[in-house]
Ligand binder design. Structure first.
Ligand code: MN
Length: 309
């Protein structure tokens, strides 16, 4: 496991170093480096003579942002605000909450794409799932470099990855050949303190955005100041599957289902890191094949024994 020191949010200094790293070229003039938008800052790229230059579209990173909590979630607002310090940003998110929608897509219904003014810039709401939002968002905006999904109101650890709409947003990007990063934080008795989280989100993005070989990463942030950052693997544990019966106001039977893990966390996993107060970063792949099982099946169960005659 690789450990990184915790970071602090010093956006104005980091801008002076981030943009050339991310865009791959240019000299940043700090006089312009504190602008309110990526477009404003973009003109400083390649500006050795301190004269604003025309926007170099092909060198400015574009970040599409989605989530599964809905376009009006405080989590997506916080993520978009942080992302504007790195790139040109557009939000395309579900019009209502789609938590636990996993990787569903709207295959039989048309999708809306409605401009939704937001304080952090260009935003659109879609009457679909997070995966729908990424499909439409990438289609309606050329040259998206990275899709960020979150910040989810609730962690997405271990088996939660099977249900998470947040992760599905990032995974849909990966399926379309665009890098995807999902970000989540636990909800406690009160909603997450996104203002306090922003510096850590910035630290994570500062590290992950230039790491172009990482195609899909699931990030979870602890609710309070993290001790640092850990590379982790997915915790695979059974969950309780409790089904609690209740009744609706009209006396009809209803049920609550539960997905609480029933086994101890394994060292080196996402749950293990978060339990210890670290940011967890899990690189994921699209190939679900179990290579060990495949090899075992091929040797132990030769297909010559299966007859279709
Ligand atoms: Mn959610």
């Amino acid at each position: 496991m690789h450990r990184m020191a915790g970071g602090t949010y010093h956006c104005q200094q980091c801008l002076a170093t981030r943009l050339p790293v991310i865009s791959g070229a240019g000299i940043v003039n700090e006089r312009y480096a504190h602008g309110n938008s990526a477009r404003e800052r973009a003109i400083i790229l390649g500006d050795a003579a301190n004269e604003p230059q025309p926007l170099q579209r092909d060198k400015l990173m574009r970040i599409l942002i989605t989530n599964d909590d809905g376009v009006y979630s405080p989590g997506i607002a916080a993520l978009a605000e942080v992302a504007t310090h790195f790139a040109e940003v557009r939000v395309v998110a579900p019009h209502v909450e789609m938590s636990s929608a996993a990787h569903a897509i709207s295959a039989s219904t048309p999708l809306s794409y409605t401009r939704t003014p937001m304080p952090f810039g260009e935003a659109y709401r879609v009457n679909g799932t997070p995966a729908d939002c990424v499909s439409v968002g990438i289609n309606r905006w050329d040259h998206v470099d990275v899709v960020l999904s979150g910040i989810n109101l609730g962690s997405n650890l271990g088996n939660a990855m099977w249900h998470s709409g947040t992760l599905a947003g990032a995974r849909q990007a990966a399926l379309l050949g665009v890098r995807g990063i999902s970000l989540s934080t636990p909800t406690m008795e009160v909603e997450p303190d996104f203002a306090a989280l922003k510096p850590w989100v910035a630290t994570v993005l500062e590290f992950l955005l230039p790491a172009s070989e990482l195609k899909l990463v699931n990030v979870n942030l602890p609710p309070r100041a993290p001790k640092g950052v850990l590379w982790t693997r997915q915790s695979v544990r059974h969950y309780d599957g409790t089904v609690v019966p209740t009744k609706d106001p009209f006396g009809r039977p209803r049920f609550w289902i539960s997905v609480v893990p029933i086994e101890e966390v394994e060292e080196g996993t996402d749950r293990w890191a978060m339990d210890r107060g670290y940011v967890s970063m899990t690189p994921l792949r699209l190939d679900l094949t179990d290579d060990e099982q495949l090899a075992m099946a091929q040797s132990k169960h030769p297909l010559e024994k299966i007859l279709f005659t």
